[in-house]
Design a protein around this ligand. Sequence first.
Ligand code: GLY
Length: 429
Amino acid sequence: MKILVIGGGGREHALVWKLAQSPRATQMWCAPGNAGIAGETVAANGSAVECVGIGAEDLPALLEFAREQQIDLTVVGPDNPLAMGIVDQFQAAGLRVWGPTQQAAQFESSKIFSQEFMDRNGVPTMKSASFTAAAEARAFAASLDGKCAVKADGLALGKGVLICNTPDEANAAIDQIMTDRAFGDAGSSVLIQELITGMEVSLHALCDGKTAKLFPSSQDHKRALDGDQGLNTGGMGTYSPVPFLSDEKLNEIANAVLEPWLAGCAAEGIDFRGMLYPGIMLTDDGLKVLEFNARFGDPETQVYLPRLENDLVDLFEASIDGTLDQHELRWSDQSAVCVVIASGGYPGSYEKGKVITGIADADALPGVKVFHAGTKLDDGNVVNAGGRVLGVTALGQGLQAARDLAYEAAAKIQFEGAFTRSDIAAKAL
Ligand code: GLY
């Protein structure tokens, strides 16, 4: 089977690495990929995974490439091509593709669509309202005493969410998004949600239009610095499973979210085939869904796939074909921890092109896999090319062992300005 993976971050490296282990994979490409993906080989025949210089949002070029190469299965990693309708376009061209359609991807691409769906269908969530007029938005924010999240409706490269604690902050956020259009057209309407406090957990469920298969629990670390301080990032590290959530509790939480979500999809004619990734908050007042994503989390994927024992090609095919009910997900009982190594200055500006050393030494430790996120090859050297550079993932018998190993491996990797958080998974121990 010829497989094309779209995207070029840590999530896509993990997807390529796992798909390449399938006995069914014979040839693989990744567009655009990265230095780590270019080093992977297909297990069945040792052929190299080829990185293709096509951006994840260049839909016409991706379509042409998939047609020319007669790709049997295309797997879409990031949210933007999904929001742009890549799945609909590939399907219309008779190509097999994994991911939600443009309509189903609205769970992520429109925060207002998602929030109104939750309100209509009894998915537990926060008090919220959406606005196209700034004055009304300000009045609603004032009714929450300014303690709210102001979100640009559309996709804004993960940046369109402003957290406010006072009416002045809320008014400034509304102006920034709606009047100044800091996030472009994504801010033509805003969603305002009450702020809630609690423990944030990531859920993932693989869906086929009628069945949702729950993944184990995991937790991301969104802030740049230890102790959940500093600016929000794309995610500085993850671990799985989350020990304070028993399987029973996880199922209870999942049912409270997935049952009304599936029933709502059926009632409203939404055929979601892909990965549903709800971000949830466990509060004193019960669980609340903060948001839905319509793809694998990054870096959650980097801890899930090393623990997954199924053939991922089989699961993606079942998700496309509506036969997930015939599959049981099987997971290693080992824990996984992923520590992200970032470029100095991230999530602000940072320098690129710094030579990275020690990746092979880290990868050589048993139980360790270094996933590349923002890297490229430059004159034979691997250099940093993004804010999140590497995701050092370790498996261990128990979280402590996995965490110790991940940090031991990360310490072997160096480049100028590199930094990690030192407390990934610490709050679980
Ligand atoms: N883990 C954060 C994200 O994937 O959006």
